[in-house]
Design a protein around this ligand. Structure first.
Ligand code: FAD
Length: 403
């Protein structure tokens, strides 16, 4: 049976990940009624993102969300590139960004803390609802609004709204229903994450909160979040990827980082991800908008994807507010021009360069890269220029300049 609930004076958001919840929270705080539909039955402990960049923290100062990210996360004043065997390193100090941002540091806070916090906040608002176990399977738009077809706890229903935002991740059904492509590439190597509570900072000399480390033949990352370290792992060549995440294989990975004869590491969590670099043709079609991973994907190296999605969410919410109050729909074209340009020209090029640098194994090329990074970090002006880009401050300013 199709149960029709028609209350079209609202915005519907598909997906209760970080980007859907930020869109929903922003719009509701600006007085617009929102309904968020999430197919999961609970808010999941997604292990993916942990890096929050200065530009994003500045945006999230509004409504004090940055305070919560700082409370639940670890402030990271520097990050480094490093050779594992010699300890030689190039250290990027974010305090050179003072005066450009309220947050001259990165914060490492796992994305699920923010998702949980925003879900609770949204449930406390009169004009916002988050519905779990609701799988959106189709949409149909006309000149006045959008019909949204949902399987709500096993029952088919149809909701209606004036505008719909697809924040439903890389496999976005909304993007597919709009008939939009998702051009780009899939990285051939999987990305793995494993988490342990061992306090590496006490035993491993000169670590920063974020470390990108070259081993003799491969690489790994070590990222500090409160009470635990997250390690990004490249699968062992020739090994079945699943085996790279086995207890024994992870034990050997951590033992190679810091040897503890006779003692085993406590593995708290592990995950395996296929990564892509893709973007869709347009982020707006009629009354349907796309934001976050539904619109663009990139390599996780450098921690840029979710941050870019947060910038989409706030840019779009501010424009949707204006359209809601009478501005022309063409503002949505500006949203696409601004955010698609950033996704491709900044985020794709930076994250892909980070990805290739991490996976470089030729000793001579590595030597050249390290020398270049050390030259940058030994000159405050060069380091600031580099960090203005990697901290996404430059991309936010550039987006604002696109008319
Ligand atoms: C290993 C790894 C590490 C990363 N680290 C970082 C980092 O440090 N910093 C960073 O900026 N980025 C990072 N990223 C990227 C980041 O995780 C994503 O960009 C981010 O999660 C995207 O958020 P989103 O809300 O757009 O999509 P998602 O987080 O994928 O959320 C989409 C939501 O939509 C729901 N959904 C899907 N389909 C439907 C449907 N039909 N109906 C209803 N609901 C639906 C899903 O259940 C999900 O909850 C990392 C990625 C990987 C793989």
């Amino acid at each position: 049976m199709i149960n029709e609930k028609k209350n079209d004076d609202q915005v519907i958001i598909v997906g209760g990940g970080p980007i859907g919840l930020i869109c929903g929270f922003w719009l509701a705080k600006m007085g617009i009624t929102v309904s968020i539909y999430e197919k999961g039955t609970i808010i999941p402990e997604d292990l993916r993102a942990s890096t929050w960049h200065p530009a994003t923290l500045d945006m999230l100062d509004e409504y004090d969300i940055s305070d919560m990210i700082i409370r639940k996360g670890s402030i990271t004043p520097s990050w480094q590139y490093r050779y594992q065997d010699t300890g030689e390193r190039a250290i990027f100090e974010l305090n050179v960004l003072e005066g450009e941002t309220n947050h001259p540091y990165r914060v490492q806070c796992e994305q699920f803390h923010v998702v949980k916090y925003l879900s609770n906040k949204i449930q406390g608002l009169d004009n916002a609802n988050l519905y779990l176990n609701c799988n959106v399977f189709d949409i149909a738009q006309d000149e006045e609004g959008v019909d949204v077809h949902i399987i709500d706890n096993g029952e088919k229903i149809t909701e209606r709204c004036k505008y719909l935002i697809g924040c439903d991740g890389g496999h976005s059904i909304i993007r597919q229903k709009l008939g939009l492509g998702f051009e780009g590439k899939t990285y051939p190597v999987l990305t793995m994450v494993a988490i342990t509570d061992f306090p590496f900072e006490k035993y491993y000399d000169g670590l920063s909160g974020v470390n990108y480390i070259w081993t003799e033949k491969s690489n790994f990352s070590l990222l500090k979040v409160p009470d635990r370290w997250r390690s990004g792992i490249t699968p062992i060549q020739g090994q079945n990827p699943k085996d790279t995440l086995s207890d024994n294989s992870l034990e050997s990975h951590f033992q190679k980082i810091y040897s503890r004869p006779g003692e085993r590491y406590n593995i708290l969590a592990r995950g395996m991800y296929q990564t892509h670099q893709r973007v869709t043709e347009t982020f707006n079609l009629g009354r349907v908008l796309l934001a976050g991973d539904a619109a663009h994907l990139n390599s996780p190296n450098g921690g840029l994807g979710m941050n870019c999605g947060v910038h989409d969410a706030i840019n779009l919410s501010n424009k949707l507010y204006k359209v809601w109050h009478g501005s022309d729909h063409s503002l949505f074209n500006l949203y696409t021009r601004q955010r698609k340009t950033i996704a491709t020209e900044y985020v794709h090029s930076l994250s892909d360069a980070n990805h290739r640098r991490m996976r470089q194994t030729d000793p001579e090329v590595r030597r050249e890269i390290m020398n270049n990074l050390k030259e940058i970090t030994s000159d405050k002006r060069l380091m600031k220029n580099y960090l203005m880009k990697s901290s996404m401050i430059e991309s936010v300013r550039y987006a604002e300049s696109i008319k």
